[in-house]
Design a protein around this ligand. Structure first.
Ligand code: HEC
Length: 104
C-alpha cells in the first residue's frame, strides 16, 4: 500500500517535470516529440476524439493502411481539399506522420 502510494507520487512528479520545460506538452521525457499526443491535441477537432472520422473528414485511426508516412507528411504540410495546410510543422509534423503511418 505504502509502496503503491510512493510510486503514484513519483509518477506524478515525473509527469509534472516532463511538462515543465515544454509549452505544448507534446514531448516525451527524453525530449523527443510524441506523435500521438500531437495528433490527439491538434487534429481531433476535425478527425474525431478517437480519430474515428467525423462527417466528411476521414478517420485517421487506420490511415497507415491507405497512405505512407511520406504521403501523410505531404497532406499535413500542404493540405488537401478541406484539410488545412501547416497546422503543425517541422519535428511535430514528422512525429505525427510517423505515428499515423503505424495506425492500420
Ligand atoms: C479543419 C479540419 C481539419 C483539421 C484540424 C485537420 N484535418 Fe486532416 N483532414 C480534414 C479533411 C476535411 C480531410 C479530407 C481531405 C480530402 O477530402 O481530400 C482531411 C484529411 C487528412 C488526411 C488524409 C486522410 C486520408 O485517408 O487520405 C490526413 C493524413 C490528415 N487529414 C491528417 C491530419 C492531421 C495530422 C491533423 C492535425 C495536425 C489534421 N489532419 C487536422 C480536415 C482536418
Amino acid at each position: 500500500m505504502k509502496k503503491r502510494l510512493l510510486a503514484t507520487l513519483l509518477l506524478s512528479v515525473s509527469m509534472l517535470a516532463a511538462c515543465g520545460g515544454d509549452d505544448t506538452g507534446n514531448q516525451n521525457a527524453d525530449g523527443s516529440i510524441d506523435g500521438e499526443k500531437v495528433v490527439k491535441s491538434s487534429c481531433a477537432t476535425c478527425h474525431g476524439g478517437n480519430l474515428e472520422g467525423k462527417g466528411n473528414t476521414p478517420a485517421l485511426n487506420d490511415v497507415g493502411a491507405r497512405l505512407s508516412e511520406a504521403e501523410i507528411l505531404d497532406v499535413i504540410e500542404n493540405g488537401r481539399n478541406g484539410m488545412p495546410p501547416g497546422l503543425i510543422k517541422g519535428e511535430e509534423a514528422e512525429a505525427a506522420a510517423k505515428w499515423l503511418a503505424e495506425q492500420k
